[in-house]
Structure formats: structure tokens, C-alpha cells
Design a binder for this molecule. Structure first.
Ligand code: GLC
Length: 434
């Protein structure tokens, strides 16, 4: 075996989640969920959403502001009942657009500037006449004390704007709407993106009992029907924070250099924002050891997060012989297109992190299903969205396969339902319920 093949075999060993470990993670997750619900210490924050599933009879026009990933979106949504929705208007802006000269994730941004940016986007979509109810999807962990009161516990996904943690983001948004003269808009609900996704799924199918986002971040919510009286209540698990996991040296390195060391350990092994960074750390390591890209100057890869989730998708979908897109990407990042063997190695590395991601998500969903319905006596529709899930070919199929394998014949009770734009549409549904 040559040194590159050997190094790849070693990486594969570190990134493999064998079936028995997958089962252990599922059991630990289920135990943590049970402990958390009983008020015992647990690594899952369990944040009640003050909402149950919609009835399907919600109708009318609502605004939705969706903030929490790479893009901020505002939608004007018409709800027509029983799962039928039309998006009448939409704007989308990146939160960080270096080419256009702004970055609303940076530590020198004030809360007023960030929420002003959001309010102006709402103003671009809100019709001038009439009163417009708004649902606000804010996809960071919040302690809610009501549908429109949500205190940010901590930023995730590498946002570093000071002065927002500990504040009520509903109040910050309302003040910004007033400052920006968007007075025709009334905040009716604040929800997490997983909750939005579940609401969007449940609007057309009352058996939708969970919402999942696998995008920039990773998280799950579900309808808790045992602890709360009917119709139950949706709980945001914030399961990116789950920590009872086997980790390797690259996971630890990524964590130590992140904006929140020690936090979001599962998210850092699963979500799009971090998978690219894990790949970068591995490639830099192999390059430093002279095993990969020996003739190149991988300076373009020195910068943390220089290899993005989109780059990872580009490499994995580059199936043509000689991987032309991978060659172009490597040339851009390192000045060298790499040899065919090096490009193939990069694809292997990308696939290792993606496979591990799907296996850990499967473990979480298995733990959740076992908690909600140990014998799977009911139908469970799981609404799911996020760029990694929806744009990475094969991710969804692999996740379903893992659940099928683990659940056997009972797997027919579990339906994974892709729910595009669920986080935004769900905000409109929440506004209708609020
Ligand atoms: C992060 C946030 C969580 C959100 C997830 C997906 O984990 O903490 O609230 O749901 O990202 O966007």
C-alpha cells in the first residue's frame, strides 16, 4: 500500500460509525431525552415551542421571516388549507456577502444593525396597505415564555454579533420594524426552523410528528404527547448540542478553534457548515505530512472554513472521469489541480464525513422514534429540509436506508417527507395559529 492509500485507510477508520456504535448513540440519545423531560441533567436543551401541530384549517395571507442559515428569506405566503400554500412574494439575501461589502455575522455588528437589516427585508415584501401578521423563524436556541417572547440562549453556526445573547429577539425585531417604518407588520410568532419544518409537514398530514434540518446547522424537533396534555406540544430538542458521542482528533481540533468550544458537538459532526471544515483539516494535515498535494501550496486552505459545504457537494457530484470540477476547485484553493489519485482521495475524504453525518442523524432519529413510539404502532411522518439533505445527492436515500435496516418491517410506519422551504412556510402557519 502506498502512503496515501494508508493514510486514507487510517482516516476511514477514524470516521467510521460501526452499527453497534450507531445503536449505542441511539440508546444514549433516547436516555438523554427521557432524563431531560424528567428535569434531570441532560445534554439536550429541550426547548418548548408553545405550539402543537396545526389543524390544517389555517387560511389567509401571512409574512414569514426566515433567519438562521446562510440566507435570510422573507416570504408572503397564502395558506389555502390542508397543506396547500402559495408563495406570493419572496426576497432572499445572504447574511454575509463579502463581494457586496457586508457581513452581519461579524463581532463588530450591533444588534440594531443586524435586526435593522432583517426589518428592511421584511419591509421589501410587506404590502404597504393593511395589517400584516408575521411569523419569525429564528433558528438558534431560545428560551420561550410565549409565542412572541424568545430569549436567545447563545449564538451558533459561527455568528459572533455581541449583545443579542440573553435578549428577547422578538423585542429586538419589533423595535427594528418600528425604526425602519415597517409599522404595518405585527409579530405573531417566533419559531425554530425545525418547528417551521414540522408545521409545514403537519399542515398537510397530521401524522407529521417531527421536523429535521440538516443544512448549515443540524437540529430536530418533535411533538411530545406524553408529558403534555392533548394535542401535545412541539419541543425543540437543540440536539446539535448532544454530546455523548465518539469523537476523533479532527473533531477536537475543529471544536477547539470554533466560536463555541465544547458546545454543539453533534452539530459539528453532522452539519454542512462543519463538514467542509473537517475536510479542510484532514487535507491540510495530509499535506503537512507530505502525503497529499506535495507539489502544491495549500495556502488557500489555511483559512478556517475556506473549504465550504458547497465545495464538498461540488466534489461529491463530480463523477466525470478525472473529476474536472474537483481539479478546478483544487487549483483555485492550492494552485495545483492535483493528480487523479489526489482528486480521488479528496472525494473519499468528503464521502467519509458525509457518511458519518448520515449515520449520526439516523442514530438520533432512531432514539427519538424509540422514545415516542417504542413499538412503532403509529405512522410517523418526519418533515425534513436543509441544504445538505436536499442538495447532496444520495444523502436522503442513505438516511432512509439506515432507518429501514434498523427498523425492519416497522420501517413502513416511518416516512421521511422532504419539506422544501418548510422553515419559512412554517412561520406563516405559526403566525396563523398565533
Ligand atoms: C443550530 C441551531 C438550531 C437550528 C439548527 C438548524 O443547531 O442552534 O436552533 O435549528 O442550527 O438550523
Amino acid at each position: 500500500m502506498d502512503t496515501l492509500t494508508q493514510a486514507l485507510a487510517e482516516l476511514r477508520r477514524q470516521f467510521t460509525v460501526p452499527t453497534d456504535v450507531l445503536r449505542d448513540v441511539a440508546a444514549a440519545f433516547q436516555a438523554d431525552l427521557k432524563a431531560g423531560l424528567a428535569g434531570a441533567p441532560a445534554s439536550l436543551p429541550l426547548l418548548p415551542a408553545y405550539l402543537a401541530n396545526p389543524t390544517g384549517r389555517e387560511r389567509g395571507r401571512y409574512l414569514a421571516l426566515d433567519f438562521g442559515g446562510t440566507n435570510v428569506r422573507v416570504l408572503l405566503v397564502e395558506l389555502l388549507g390542508d397543506g396547500v400554500v402559495h408563495v406570493r412574494r419572496r426576497v432572499s439575501r445572504r447574511l454575509r456577502d463579502i463581494a457586496r461589502g457586508y457581513d452581519y455575522t461579524a463581532p463588530d455588528v450591533t444588534p440594531a444593525a443586524l435586526f435593522g437589516f432583517l426589518a428592511r427585508l421584511v419591509g421589501m415584501v410587506a404590502p404597504a396597505e393593511g395589517r400584516w401578521p408575521l411569523g419569525f423563524t429564528f433558528s438558534y436556541p431560545c428560551r420561550q415564555t410565549g409565542l412572541t417572547r424568545a430569549v436567545l440562549l447563545r449564538w451558533h453556526k459561527e455568528i459572533r454579533v455581541p449583545g443579542v445573547e440573553g435578549q428577547d429577539v422578538g423585542k429586538l425585531l419589533q423595535q427594528a420594524l418600528t425604526r425602519e417604518q415597517v409599522r404595518q407588520v405585527e409579530l405573531k410568532a417566533i419559531i425554530n426552523d425545525t418547528v417551521g419544518t414540522q408545521l409545514a409537514g403537519a399542515y398537510g398530514d397530521r401524522d407529521c410528528r417531527a421536523g429535521v434540518i440538516i443544512g448549515t446547522g443540524f437540529n430536530v424537533c418533535y411533538l411530545e404527547e406524553q408529558v403534555f396534555a392533548p394535542p401535545g406540544q412541539i419541543i425543540n430538542l437543540e440536539c446539535g448540542d448532544f454530546a455523548r458521542l465518539p469523537r476523533n482528533a479532527y473533531d477536537n481540533r475543529l471544536d477547539a478553534a470554533s466560536a463555541n468550544p465544547g458546545g454543539q458537538r453533534l452539530e459539528k459532526m453532522v452539519a454542512g457548515l462543519y463538514l467542509g471544515e473537517l475536510v479542510r483539516l484532514m487535507v491540510v494535515d495530509l499535506a503537512e505530512r507530505g502525503v497529499l498535494l506535495a507539489g502544491a501550496a495549500p495556502a488557500g486552505l489555511d483559512q478556517p472554513y475556506a473549504f465550504t459545504g458547497e465545495d464538498l457537494g461540488r466534489v461529491l457530484t463530480d463523477t466525470a472521469p478525472d473529476q474536472p470540477h474537483t481539479a478546478a476547485l483544487l487549483a483555485k484553493l492550492t494552485g495545483s489541480a492535483g493528480t487523479p489519485a489526489e482528486r480521488a482521495a479528496l472525494r473519499d475524504i468528503c464521502s467519509m464525513v458525509v457518511v458519518r453525518s448520515a449515520r449520526l442523524v439516523a442514530a438520533v432519529l432512531l432514539g427519538l422514534l424509540r422514545h415516542s413510539d417504542p413499538k412503532l404502532e403509529r405512522r410517523h411522518v418526519i418533515a425534513i429540509d436543509g441544504a445538505l439533505y436536499s442538495h447532496l445527492p444520495g444523502y436522503g436515500r442513505y438516511l432512509s436506508l439506515l432507518l429501514d435496516q434498523a427498523l425492519g418491517t416497522a420501517a413502513r410506519q416511518v416516512i421521511m417527507r422532504p419539506t422544501p422551504d418548510g422553515s419559512g412556510l412554517g412561520a406563516a402557519i405559526a403566525a396563523a395559529a398565533g
